[in-house]
Design a protein around this ligand. Structure first.
Ligand code: HH2
Length: 307
């Protein structure tokens, strides 16, 4: 078991996540001040802000394709209370085709370099490519967020060598085809088993248990019913030896339930999932609407945690 997981502050050579204090507001250069009192028991849920440096992401495609605008948005998310900024250079929405590694590097490296100098929170790189991850870490990223759970040979060793945290996500198929009739006999146990085996493999490669986050991959090769089953049973992921990250933000299953066609109209639907995740003990939620979701998790954390 992760010892004292609920109270721990996770530190590694170039980063820090404080799960005892809840989302933070930037208090000044080099000072990140918790504005929810440190909890004496229970764990709080932190916010990962999404920064897609892409022309075609399903919700914010094209909005932050320009380096200056991307950096500005990253700074704003950090000021709004994001504990991590997640930078990606390839959309993995259903139907998306892979983007050349050089292209991804060209998109994200200038953003990571500039942001890393200006924000106090760690930057993660949303990639499943060894070369992209390596370039991002050299530019100042300090977490690897991998939707293929370290499938690319060498990624686990890279993370182990640099002693940085990894997010291992489950996906059935590839983005191009994943929403064409996804099938499971038992989605919760299959996804859980997959993540546990990848987590074990990561540990065997030398990544410490407390730096491994597992993620059921909402919307990645899953129907509405699969997504609902995973969220309904998210506690069975939290009950493993690993911390859990969940990404529901603005996703299409929320549109299916609410009838909201436009991703930007799915903020309240997203909030419902964020509350449920925070209460269930999920450690990190990956969201687009940082300022709003910081308030949502603050209240959820406060209700959940006894001071
Ligand atoms: N979802 C997306 C991308 N990366 N990473 C993790 N760990 N978990 C997720 O659920 C997840 C993820 C898809 O969202 P987004 O980045 O907004 O869209 P796009 O892939 O179109 O850029």
């Amino acid at each position: 078991m992760v010892k004292d997981r609920d109270r721990s502050v996770l530190k590694w050579p170039r980063g820090r996540l404080d799960f005892s204090a809840g989302p933070v507001r930037k208090a000044g250069r080099n000072e990140v001040k918790p504005d929810v009192q440190a909890a004496s028991n229970g764990a709080s849920c932190l916010i990962m802000g999404v920064l897609n440096v892409t022309p075609d992401s399903f919700s914010d495609g094209g909005q932050f394709f320009d380096v200056g605008r991307a950096v500005e948005h990253g700074l704003q998310m950090a000021a709004d209370g994001a504990a991590i900024i997640d930078v990606g250079g390839e959309s993995t929405r259903p139907g998306a085709a892979p983007v050349l590694l050089e292209k991804q590097i060209e998109r994200i490296i200038p953003v990571i370099e500039r942001l890393a100098k200006k924000v106090d929170v760690p930057i993660s790189v949303d990639t499943y490519n060894f070369e992209v991850a390596k370039a991002a870490l050299n530019a100042g990223a300090a977490i690897i967020n991998d939707i293929t759970a370290l499938s690319d040979p060498g990624l686990a060793e890279l993370a182990a060598k640099k002693q940085i945290p990894v997010v291992l996500m489950h996906m059935q198929g590839t983005p191009r085809t994943m929403q064409v009739e996804p099938k499971y006999a038992d989605v919760v146990s299959e996804v859980r088993q997959f993540l546990l085996s990848r987590a074990k493999r990561a540990e065997d490669a030398g990544i410490p248990q407390d730096r491994i986050f597992i993620d059921p991959g909402i919307g990645f090769g899953k129907t509405l019913e699969h997504n609902l089953l995973l969220l309904r049973n998210i506690d069975s992921f939290v009950a493993t030896d690993y911390r859990v990250l969940v990404g529901t933000s603005r996703k299409s299953f929320i549109g299916q339930i609410t009838g909201k066609e436009k991703p930007a109209d799915r903020i309240f639907g997203t909030a419902a999932t964020v509350v449920l995740c925070a209460v269930a003990g999920v450690s990190i939620v990956r969201v687009h609407d940082v300022a709003q979701m910081v308030d949502v998790v603050k209240v959820a954390n406060k209700i959940k945690i006894q001071n």
